[in-house]
Design a protein around this ligand. Sequence first.
Ligand SMILES: Cc1cc2nc3c(=O)[nH]c(=O)nc-3n(C[C@H](O)[C@H](O)[C@H](O)COP(=O)(O)OP(=O)(O)OC[C@H]3O[C@@H](n4cnc5c(N)ncnc54)[C@H](O)[C@@H]3O)c2cc1C
Length: 472
Amino acid sequence: MREQLFFFERQQDWKLRGKDTERFQPSLHISRKHPCSPIRHMSRRFPTRTHLNDLAQFNIGAYVKNIDIYIKGKIVRASLKKSVAIIGAGPGGLTAARVLQMKGIAVRVFEADASTNARDQGGTLDLHLDTGQYALERAELIEPFRAIARYEDQETRVLDFATAGPLFEEIPEPGEGDRPEIDRKVLRDLLLNSLDTDTVVWGAKLRELISEADGRHRLRLGDEATEPYDLVIGADGAWSKVRAALTDAKPVYTGVTFIELWLDDVDQSHPEIARMIGHGTMFALHGGQGLVAQRNGNGHLRIYACLHSKDGCAAEQGLNPAEPIALRRKLVQLFSGWSPRLLALIEQGLDVAFVRPIVAMPADFGWKHVPGLTLVGDAAHVMPPVGLGVNLAMLDAVELAYQLSEQQNWDEATARFETKMMRRAAHEAEAAAKAFADMFGVDGHRTALEHMHARRRSVELPPKLDSRSAAR
Ligand SMILES: Cc1cc2nc3c(=O)[nH]c(=O)nc-3n(C[C@H](O)[C@H](O)[C@H](O)COP(=O)(O)OP(=O)(O)OC[C@H]3O[C@@H](n4cnc5c(N)ncnc54)[C@H](O)[C@@H]3O)c2cc1C
């Protein structure tokens, strides 16, 4: 019965979802209210058979959070509108917001970027059936995703570094392949458009969390602090500020840095490169270095020149993004002995270069549960990029949001989510760290080939989305 006493308030129209409330003789005690409200405290015993929907007539406002209902002399605290603050409007934060909002939970997302177009969002992503796509299914967004995902860009090629000849090719037939691609910006827009207007507060960088005595937290964004939130979800990426409130642990540099270059209009302007890459991702690995190229939407290509760099200080090696021409010249020098066809990826690249030192949390990273705070995605378990990060961030997000929507006790719900998520992350992070170290070890191309062959074998037994869904 306790679970049935689940209230929510929308535009001061109060409703009780649940069983026959006519049997109750409730009394109401408003125990928390907005400081501006003229109502300080209100206690009231209702006449027999008062329906709880009639609470609307008392117009007790949008800021009342809890009421105590006395049923047969017993007190039941019902939460009217617990609130969630999500820090970060990346794939993890927005997926969590979408599901919470679907479930009628009040949620605000605070994002440091000034707007959705404030910076480049990164390249293309393949969403996996049992993680990213599963999350979209749970977020009731799988159909719109399917309508815009690039099923035609699922090819994979491993090329020989010296000849650019194919060592491995995986080219699904039309209609085959279960890891469609989507550009990060397109995915972000899909999630953003699914939210109520004004859910995301842009230009809101979290600077500090202020703990309240009751376990809630206020956010210090600039000079001012927000109202307290019942739960703060840190979806703020690798350098999470929320994580800093839970632990001193920080991501560690892997020793490998990615220099990102772009090519536009690849089919028309760079047809040879377009043919070499095909419709998907190309890897060439040798001696601890790699060139990886990924076809994005609209004929755009992202190239990652991957190399070992001391302390991630690529600038000290002459790889300064502020001097793109010198940077490209230096890269060609560092990749000497590689096929000229592959080097064309560097030479023909646009004057855009991001230097991305690759960092990861230790695989066994965890934290002691703190009421009112939790983490999802890279904030909880940033890993080397082996095609998993967004998928796991979105899976974390739906699992947490469903736990919160299904349980009254958010502390227990969050702790349960963390236990499951940390166990999964530890397993995946260990595998990711090994795969990444192998790829950028001396025998990298062999590892990539083994991985591709293993993946091909696993493709023979695709996981079934429906049965996985039913099992969770
Ligand atoms: C080169 C590269 C390639 C990758 N390729 C893939 C791939 O193909 N497939 C895949 O699944 N994963 C890939 N990843 C990993 C993937 O990018 C991450 O795992 C994923 O973005 C994590 O999502 P998230 O929502 O947890 O965090 P993020 O995407 O990092 O989002 C965090 C958000 O929080 C905001 N923020 C940060 N600090 C604050 C603050 N203090 N206050 C407010 N807002 C804040 C940021 O601006 C950002 O919008 C790749 C990573 C790299 C580096």
